[in-house]
Design a protein around this ligand. Structure first.
Ligand code: UD1
Length: 351
């Protein structure tokens, strides 16, 4: 980013800033002194998040936050926002993210996720803002040949339209840098974000039946669902269940702030894994969450879920060396904070 201003003079536009990862990142940005503009259409987030953010950061920092309810595919709305706010950099979280739904609604997923990114970068270009951090995913590595995954590990074909949108948006942003070297792009490949703000005021609040493991486990813990469904116990892993690199959402949020500070004054495209470097199985997660909530959580073994990989975890050396960032929280912390959030908000933000 051509911007090398101090945080208090830097305005960061956060698309999807009311969502799970976005809201935690907004808190970190405000705590570091940044000016923050959230753009979110609230299609998969609650407006109540905004009050919770204010509560966590306090009135002085809350003054530096503005919110626009808008869809990132809405070019006119984006133009108005860029005209009104002195945006220096964008963190782009907004997008549809349900893997199963993406298989049923490929046109909606491609059109929304890719269309919004194209609209956003075109609006940015027109307003002279060429710095963007994109929410990518370890899903671009597909079924890995070797572990841990480094940023040099090959991208593999995605197994669903959601995964393809992450895959393709990475390439779109790379092309942008090739065509115009003034762009400054950071692709952050997240492993599995879980946990919640330690205050218990913010956390993951999926609509309907959770697709991902942790929110499902948390809902079993709070009595909203009967038992965890373990998708396969015949994988080639120590206990037969799938292994993932779970990362606390607060660590992930801090990773964005580290990337933002690092990219200031630079141009080009850089990719970083954001994980912990440690793999944890489904059964280990159930055990850790049981310890956190003080009750053995029931589970049933089910067949494998289509499209799931056996195991993945990150090599985190690049982010450590270049961004000076490293995950601080372990699985027990993640389950504790997730339980704290879920037990205080059994029905999420609406509860
Ligand atoms: C999933 C997506 C991935 C996306 C990520 C976003 C798939 C195939 N992949 O990752 O593209 O980037 O979410 O967070 O959906 N599991 C159960 N029972 C459950 C849910 C999950 O046993 O009810 C198991 C899975 O088989 C897997 C592990 O838990 O081994 C983690 O699953 P999940 O939380 O859905 O994340 P990923 O599949 O890794």
């Amino acid at each position: 980013m051509s911007n090398t201003k101090a945080p208090q003079d830097t305005c960061v536009l956060v698309t999807g800033g009311a969502g799970f990862i976005g809201s935690h990142t907004v808190v970190c940005l405000l705590e570091q002194g940044y000016q923050v503009v959230i753009v979110d259409d609230l299609s998969n987030a609650s407006e109540k998040v905004l009050d919770r953010i204010d509560q966590i950061v306090g009135p002085e920092a809350a003054e530096r936050l503005s919110f626009y309810r808008a869809d990132v595919t809405d070019r006119e709305a984006l133009d108005c926002i860029f005209d009104a706010e002195p945006v220096d950099a964008v963190i782009h979280f907004a997008g549809f993210k349900a893997v199963g739904e993406s298989v049923q609604k490929p046109i909606e997923y491609y059109s929304n996720n890719i269309g919004s990114t194209l609209t956003l970068v075109d609006a940015m270009r027109e307003h002279g803002c060429k710095s963007i951090i994109f929410s990518s995913s370890a899903t671009v590595y597909g079924d890995p040949d070797a572990l841990p995954l480094t940023e040099e590990s090959p991208k593999k074909p995605a197994t669903n339209p959601y995964g393809w949108t992450k895959w393709m948006i990475e390439e779109i942003l790379r092309s942008l840098v090739v065509a115009d070297p003034e762009w400054d792009v950071v692709l952050l490949r997240y492993f599995n974000p879980i946990g919640a703000h330690p205050s218990g005021l913010m956390g993951e609040d999926p609509k309907g039946i959770p697709n991902n493991l942790l929110p499902y486990v948390a809902q079993v813990a709070v009595g909203r669902r009967d038992a965890v469904h373990v998708f396969g116990d015949d994988y080639d892993t120590p206990d037969g269940t799938g292994v993932r690199d779970y990362i606390h959402v607060m660590d992930l949020a801090a990773g964005h702030v580290a990337a933002l500070a690092w990219m200031a004054g630079k141009t080009g495209c850089e990719v970083f894994n954001l994980g912990t470097g440690t793999g944890t199985s489904v059964l280990e997660i159930i055990k850790a969450f049981s310890a956190a909530c003080g009750r053995e959580l029931p589970y049933v073994i089910e067949p494998r879920r289509a499209g799931d990989v056996t195991a993945n975890w990150a090599d985190c050396a690049k982010a450590r060396e270049m961004l000076g960032w490293e995950a601080q929280y372990d699985i027990a912390d993640m389950c504790r904070d997730s339980w704290n959030w879920q037990s205080h908000n059994p029905n999420g933000y609406e509860g």
